[in-house]
Design a protein around this ligand. Structure first.
Ligand code: FMN
Length: 373
């Protein structure tokens, strides 16, 4: 039996195996409150070593798509408690992905119909997903954002802190900070988005400042060993652009090495697309990224994602190149994915042409996926 299927330790958690369910937005929580459908869906997938929930808004302002769950109301915390209880009853482990979408939102989803906030005033060339009054769904262009005032940023960091506390109240085993895929934290990191002239823009140190303030707040609140983070160094998702991603992500992981985090989660390539996708002149060196992290004293588990199949996952864990492999799309149509991988059984519902839209589009084609599943 491959090491992939054996138990492993991540932070303070003992996982049944090295297989992680990647965060997957499902738009099934009207009112931002998890319901029976969410309970059943996560219960069915509790054989994963670790479940990372779908991205979950830390505040109403952090909300960017119709019917995604939140972590900012009593009702949402109670709804999530039913989910975490169900997963724990099955012997599973579950962390929540903490999300602020920044500019990937729409006025109609914002408190009082206001503008979404970001590191910039520039509109993202991207789309969000809305539900019409008649219940049908539709993509819509993201709205024009408002660049955050410098003095407002500390308030958003506090929102992360509160949401981390709420996550523990809801029974989660920990949290994953969503710093990937062109959402708010990534909107600060990227030279192609962040056009600020204050201490949050310009140099690498300045662009990473918000990320580290969020990590500080969350780890102070709930402990570093219950905190993981997801980054996507080269993805073009949600209009993310950076002419030279290696130096800033090296700086980020070297800084993260100073915390005793549970895991670092890396999306390799374009999220949901080409694993060799490149931003800037050189291919991104993921091995060098891990080496930089470890040289700086980092000890967290190293989680990889994007387009992994069974053999790739076995190989990467056996070789020690990664400690954990996160599977996204395969978990949607295969709740019993772990057993299928163990048995080397065929996977259901994975039509690569449909899933990837024939190539890297820069954002995930959610309805096509729903149809395929
Ligand atoms: C339907 C769908 C929803 C997704 N939602 C999220 C999300 O909420 N948060 C996130 O970080 N990534 C999200 N992703 C990206 C996946 O976590 C993952 O990175 C991607 O699917 C590539 O992994 P895979 O090849 O194993 O599917 C989503 C992907 C899909 C297909």
């Amino acid at each position: 039996m491959s090491k992939l299927f054996e138990p492993t330790q991540v932070g303070d958690l003992t996982l049944k195996n090295h297989i992680v369910m990647a965060p997957l937005t499902r738009n099934r929580s009207p009112g931002a409150v998890p319901n029976d459908l969410n309970v059943e869906y996560y219960r069915q997938r509790a054989t994963a070593g670790l479940i990372i929930t779908e991205a979950t808004a830390i505040t109403h302002q952090g909300q960017g798509y119709a019917d995604v769950p939140g972590l900012y109301s009593k009702e949402a915390i109670a709804g999530w408690k039913r989910v975490t209880d169900a997963v724990h009853e099955q012997g599973g482990k579950i962390v929540v992905q903490m999300w602020h979408v920044g500019r990937i939102s729409h006025d109609t989803l914002q408190p009082n119909g206001g503008k979404p906030v970001s590191s910039t005033n520039k509109v993202a060339k991207s789309k969000t997903y809305l539900v019409n009054p008649d219940g049908s769904g539709a993509f819509a262009p993201t709205s024009e954002p408002r660049a955050l005032e410098t003095a407002e940023i500390a308030g958003i960091v506090e929102d992360y802190r509160k949401a981390a506390r709420a996550a523990i109240e809801a029974g989660f085993d920990g949290v994953e900070i969503h710093a990937a895929n062109g959402y708010l934290i990534d909107q600060f990191l990227r030279s192609g988005i962040n056009d600020r002239t204050d201490q949050y823009g310009g140099s690498i140190e300045n662009r990473a400042r918000f990320l580290f303030q969020v990590v500080d707040a969350i780890t102070e609140e709930i402990g570093a060993r219950r905190t993981g983070i997801r980054i996507s160094p080269v993805t073009p998702a949600n209009d993310s652009a950076d002419t030279d991603p290696q130096p800033i992500f090296t700086y980020v992981v070297e800084g993260l090495a100073k915390y005793d985090l549970s895991y670092i989660h890396i999306i390799e390539g374009a999220t949901g697309g080409d694993r060799n996708y490149q931003q800037g002149e050189k291919p991104f060196d993921y091995k060098a990224l891990r080496t930089a992290y470890e040289k700086a004293g980092g000890k967290a588990s190293w989680m990889v994602n994007n387009g992994y199949d069974r053999q790739m996952a076995i190989d990467v864990v056996e070789s020690g190149e990664a400690d954990l492999v996160a599977f996204g799309k395969p978990f949607i149509s295969n709740p019993d994915l772990v057993q299928r991988l163990k048995d080397n059984a065929p996977l259901a519902g994975l039509d690569q042409a449909t899933l990837y839209g024939g190539g890297s589009t820069g954002y995930v084609d959610y309805p096509a996926l729903e149809k395929a599943a």
